[in-house]
Design a protein around this ligand. Structure first.
Ligand code: UT7
Length: 326
């Protein structure tokens, strides 16, 4: 049976650090409130010259180098992003050209913070069907560009980063074991950006009404997020004959430390088997799981044979899980 296996991982975050102390000067908030309610201490913010593809390319280059591949080896590129450089062309197309992946088709997948699992799962399908041997999956965001820095409910959370993995076909007993993707559009108004699309094309009026910024009912998102994280993690484990005790490392979407802790507790995963870096990056949307994976590997938290569970949840709502043997 052909499986998709990760053979290279890369990550990139902009240099500029925005601390909680910086935010205290911008909105009515405090370091204490942010740390207590979210676990976030600082996050990275792109400068005016950096767009999502710039971050994506740096992460992808690192993933390719670590996989010992050249861009021409890549046959398909799947990018999870909600903050493309422009409405079109896709970030995938820009990456394809600028990296020199001459053979590759490309696509962007918009699934908000679940764009990580959506891009990984999409890339993996082309390998499992035998269509392609090597696929580049990327999660990249510049969420700061759609953040209202006068809205304390969102500006403390959202941030910028990119992560990438190279998937390769393998006949070995390792790689991606199973995946699940879900969506439920009834919750769309809890987290969305109203302006700039075909419903409310950008005008001076939509800009004046700040419709080009993300809106969130954080408290309501929180409750559904925990429930969906738990449901999807339990389902993928039990369907494959595993329990939480078999999981070596859980890598959840880094939205809020309290969501991660509440979900992990209910799934019966102690925090020493859960990877957390939300304290240093905030919520980087579709990038977060990829960046966390890169850091978990660098920290020696993953070794050959480990069972790795990933789960992400985001606006839409869209969510999903990936189970893999390293
Ligand atoms: O990436 C996937 C999608 N996104 C998420 O998963 C985010 C999920 N939600 C959250 O992370 C949390 O809901 C937040 C961090 C956004 C908010 O935390 P909360 O504990 O749910 O707070 P809350 O919205 O219930 O607000 C509690 C209080 C309110 O004041 P009152 O009405 O009790 O007087 C807010 O106005 O905290 C106030 N508040 C703040 N205070 C200081 C809200 N934001 C801030 C802030 N600083 N930044």
């Amino acid at each position: 049976m052909t499986r998709a296996r990760i053979i290279g991982v890369g990550a990139y975050a902009p240099k500029r650090v925005l601390s909680n102390a910086d935010l205290e000067k911008m909105v009515a908030t405090s370091d204490e409130w942010i740390v207590q309610r979210t676990g976030i201490r600082e996050r990275r913010i792109a400068d005016d010259t950096e767009a999502t593809s710039d971050l994506a390319i740096k992460a992808a280059q690192q993933a390719l180098e670590r996989a010992n591949l050249v861009p021409e080896d890549i046959e398909f590129i799947a990018v999870g992003t909600t903050t493309p450089d422009m409405v079109f062309p896709s970030v995938g197309n820009i990456v394809q050209h600028r990296l020199g992946c001459r053979r590759a088709g490309s696509v962007d997948l918009m699934a908000a913070c679940a764009g990580s699992v959506y891009s990984l799962v999409t890339g993996a399908q082309f390998i499992q069907t035998g269509k392609y041997k090597r696929v580049l999956c990327i999660g990249a965001e510049t969420l700061s560009k759609i953040t209202d820095f006068t809205d304390r409910g969102t500006c403390i959370l959202l941030a910028d980063a990119a992560g990438a993995v190279v998937l390769e076909a393998t006949e070995e007993d390792r790689g991606i074991i199973d995946v699940d993707l879900y969506s439920d559009g009834q919750y769309w108004e809890l987290l969305y950006m109203p302006g700039g699309g075909s419903r409310h094309p950008a005008t001076a009026e939509t800009v004046a009404q700040r419709m080009h910024y993300a809106k969130m009912k954080g408290n309501e998102v929180f409750k559904v997020a925990v429930r969906m994280f738990v449901e999807c993690a339990e389902k993928i484990l039990s369907r494959n004959g595993f329990t939480a005790a078999d999981v070596s490392l859980f890598i959840p979407h880094q939205a809020n430390l309290r969501i991660i802790e509440a979900a992990s507790k209910r799934v019966n995963l102690p925090m020493d088997r859960v990877f957390v870096n939300v304290d240093r990056y905030g919520n980087t949307g579709a990038a977060s799981i990829y960046v966390a994976l890169e850091e978990a590997l660098a920290a020696g938290r993953i070794k050959r044979g480990d069972l790795i569970l990933m789960a992400a949840f985001g606006g839409g709502f869209a969510w999903g899980a990936v189970l893999m043997r390293w």
